[in-house]
Design a protein around this ligand. Structure first.
Ligand code: NAD
Length: 337
């Protein structure tokens, strides 16, 4: 079985950077650092939190274990902690910004990065939903900024949504696609700038409906998770939505499917755009149900369970030469293992 949909355009450029900086080393920045280092890219890091080095070390240990599960060589290039953004970004090819999701903080942090790094460095922002154009407001060189939105755990999941702003140069997008490909990722160029890009817009719909189901006492957090992971979640990991529904149309294909089930979308199955009020009562209910569902594990144990499962699924997809497995095969070609 061979998935050859992208090979019709021939091999695409993939060039990892010689050096990188991470600004912000929380959940996402620490995992970016691990991905860079596992690809042999040395990293400079800045984060004002006294916990940052510990988090970076713990996430790196998780990443090494995950790569061992994938059967890839799990060697970490060095990381150096710096005491200012300026020192971290002065002399690197790629700067990955992963500070908290607050527009004014993104703008000021990106402006500091922009002033301190060489004009030809690429700057990627991990923002889950802010617009590149708005974040670039204070930059002298907005042409080299892209949104590069990853997925947790960044050292394992290949997708990165690449979005330019009004001032982003076409050459920057091309370069970003090549750089993130060189880091073993599947960069998806999103051509229209919208809040939350593609993936989080989709997830928000599922998230909103799930909160309603708990709010209305229809289901617990565990029942909702079971409805996902025993069924359509498994399908989505390998074919997504449209290809899955094409099959659901049987021999009549997608046309048959959409003519039959499309009208159901206007039935009152969903809560549409309403969002439940996050009252104290709803928050307490969500928290206690989640504790009952998963409280027996620490967050580090849950991360390892998640990573082992993901690595096993990605290896199976690699064997079938399909979807996310192709990025693993490409990394194996490049890195050995
Ligand atoms: P986080 O709170 O875990 O980490 C943010 C880090 O930034 C903290 O370590 C904090 O000390 C540091 N920080 C604060 N101010 C700073 C400054 N001025 N300079 C440098 N570092 C500073 O947050 P996170 O979940 O890692 O999110 C970071 C970014 O990644 C956000 O834009 C978020 O939308 C995006 N993102 C998050 C996820 C996710 O699942 N958590 C997924 C994709 C993208």
């Amino acid at each position: 079985m061979t998935e050859n949909r992208s090979s019709s355009t021939g091999p695409q450029p993939a060039e990892s950077p010689a050096s990188a900086a991470v600004v912000g080393c929380g959940v996402i920045g620490a995992a970016w650092a691990a991905r860079f280092r596992l690809h042999g890219v040395s990293v400079k890091a800045y984060d004002p939190s006294p916990e940052a080095e510990r988090i970076v070390d713990e996430v790196a240990a998780n990443a090494v274990a995950a790569w061992e599960d994938l059967g890839l060589p799990a060697r970490l290039a060095p990381i150096e902690f710096c005491d200012s953004i300026e020192a971290a970004v002065a002399d690197v090819e790629l700067v990955q910004e992963s500070v908290p999701e607050v527009l004014t903080l993104k703008q000021s942090t990106l402006a500091t990065i922009d002033n301190a790094t060489s004009a030809d460095a690429l700057i990627g922002s991990s923002t889950s939903g802010l617009l590149c154009t708005e974040m670039a407001a204070d930059l002298a060189h907005p042409e080299r900024l892209v949104v590069a939105h990853p997925f947790n755990p960044v050292y394992l999941l290949p997708l990165v949504e690449v979005v330019g702003g009004k001032a982003t140069a076409a050459a920057t997008i091309e370069r970003a696609m090549s750089v993130y490909r060189g880091l073993g990722m599947k960069p998806l160029h999103i051509k229209v700038e919208i809040d939350a890009h593609i993936a989080d817009r989709l997830l928000e719909a599922v998230w909103r409906e799930s909160l309603w189901l708990v709010n209305d006492g229809v289901a617990t957090t565990e029942e909702i998770d079971d409805a996902i992971r025993y069924g359509f979640g498994l399908r989505w990991a390998q074919m997504g939505l449209f290809e899955t529904y094409r099959i659901a149309g049987g021999e009549g294909g997608f046309g048959h499917f959409i003519r039959q089930f499309g009208p159901a979308l206007s039935w009152p199955w969903t809560k549409l755009m309403d969002v439940p009020d996050l009252t104290d009562e709803l928050v307490d209910r969500l928290e206690s149900q989640s504790d009952e569902q998963s409280g027996a594990y620490s967050v580090r144990e849950l991360e390892r369970i998640r990573d082992r499962n993901l690595a096993a699924m990605m290896r199976a997809l690699e064997e079938n030469q399909w979807g996310a497995g192709q990025t693993v095969a490409e990394m194996r070609d490049r890195l050995g293992g």
